[in-house]
Write a protein that binds this ligand. Sequence first.
Ligand SMILES: Nc1nc2c(ncn2[C@@H]2O[C@H](COP(=O)(O)OP(=O)(O)OP(=O)(O)O)[C@@H](O)[C@H]2O)c(=O)[nH]1
Ligand SMILES: [Mg+2]
Length: 364
Amino acid sequence: MFENLHKIILQRNNFNEMLFTLEKCMIRAGSRYIRRCFSKSVDSLTIDSQEFITQQNDNFSSVRRKDQKSLKIAILGAPNAGKSTLVNQLIKRSVCPVSSKVHTTQTKADAIYCEDNTQLVFMDTPGLVSTKECKRYNLAGTFRHDPKVSLSIADIIGIVQDVHNTYTRDKINENILELLNDKVNIINKIPLILIFNKVDKIKKKEVLLHLVNILIKNNKSLKFSDVFMISALTGDGIDDLRTYLLDSAKPREWQYEGHIYSSHKCQDIIQQTVRAKLMDILPNEIPYILKVKLEHFDPGSDDNIITVVSVTCPRKNIARLLIRNHKTELIGNRIKQVAIMAEQELRHAFRTPVRLKLVVNFPT
Ligand SMILES: Nc1nc2c(ncn2[C@@H]2O[C@H](COP(=O)(O)OP(=O)(O)OP(=O)(O)O)[C@@H](O)[C@H]2O)c(=O)[nH]1
Ligand SMILES: [Mg+2]
C-alpha cells in the first residue's frame, strides 16, 4: 500500500535525511500521492486585528446556493488524542475546549470553517469510552451517544491516533473499533482517514513509518483512504489536511450560515473554556468535582465581551488551592492564571476582546 513511499525513501542515501523527509510528508494510503505538509502558517493565540477585519468583511452570504459545497467530518479518537486541538487549528479559532487531562470534551460540537464557496463542518466528539468506563467514571450519556451520532451523519471520518502514547499508538482504540463495527454499513460507504497526531513528540521518525505499517496490516477491515501526519499543537500538516478536506467537499447547500463558527452558544464556549483551564491547572481529580457556571454575559455594543463565571468548590481546602498566592508562581494565584489563560483562548475563539472575571464559591 505504501510502495511509492518506500521507494522514495530507499532512494535516499542518508538515513537521517530519509527520516526528515518522512516527517515532512503526509502519507496518502493507497500511495495516491505524497504531499509536503509542514507549512508554517500556524495561527497564534494572539489576535491579529487585520485578520479580524478581513473575517468580518468576508461576505459568505453572497455565495450563491447553487454554487455551495460542504463536507461533514466526524473527528473520533481516544480520550486526550488531541481531537479538539486539531479541530481548533482546522477552523483557526479556539472554540473547542482543550486540556491536558482526559474527558475535556463532554458533548458533540460542530465547529465550522468557510472558505470561498465551501463549508467544512467538523464534529468534535468526546473521547471514546466503553460502557464500563462510562459507569466507573460517572460520565454523561453523551460520551457513548455523541460519537455514534457523528458517525451516522458524517461524509468522512477522521480517526485521530496519538503517536506519542507508547501504550496505545500501535493499535486502534477498542472502543473505536466497536463503534465502527456497529456501523459497518456506514463505514463501507464513507471514506475513513487516519490522522497521526503529536508527531512533534517523536524524535525517531522511522517510528511513524513502522506505525503506519502495523496499523494498516492489523486493521485490514478498515479501508483508510489516506493517512496524515500532523501536529495539532504546532500546526504542522494542518494546512494540507484542510486543503484535502476542502477538495473533498460535495456540491450541496451549506448547513450553517456563513458567519457561524460553532454550534455551541458563546456562553457555553466560555463555560467550557474555564473548565478546561481549571483541568490544566489543578492536580488529579480535583477539577472534575468543581461546578463551573456562567453568571453574567454581556456582548457589549462595541463587540467587547464582558463575562463572569463562578467556580464552586465542594470544600474550603480546594478553594484555598485556587485563591492562595504562590510565592513560586509569577502570576499571583491559580484562579488568576486560569482567568488569564481562558481570556486568551476566548479572544482567539471570538476574535474580539474578552474581559473575564472568575468568582470562587465555597462552603464556610
Ligand atoms: N505535543 C503535542 N501535544 C498535543 C498535540 N495535540 C494536542 N496536544 C495536547 O494534548 C492534550 C489533549 O488535547 P485535546 O485536544 O484536549 O484532546 P482531546 O482528544 O480533545 O481530549 P478529550 O476531549 O479529553 O477526549 C492537550 O494538552 C494538548 O495541548 C500535538 O500535536 N502535540
Ligand atoms: Mg476534546
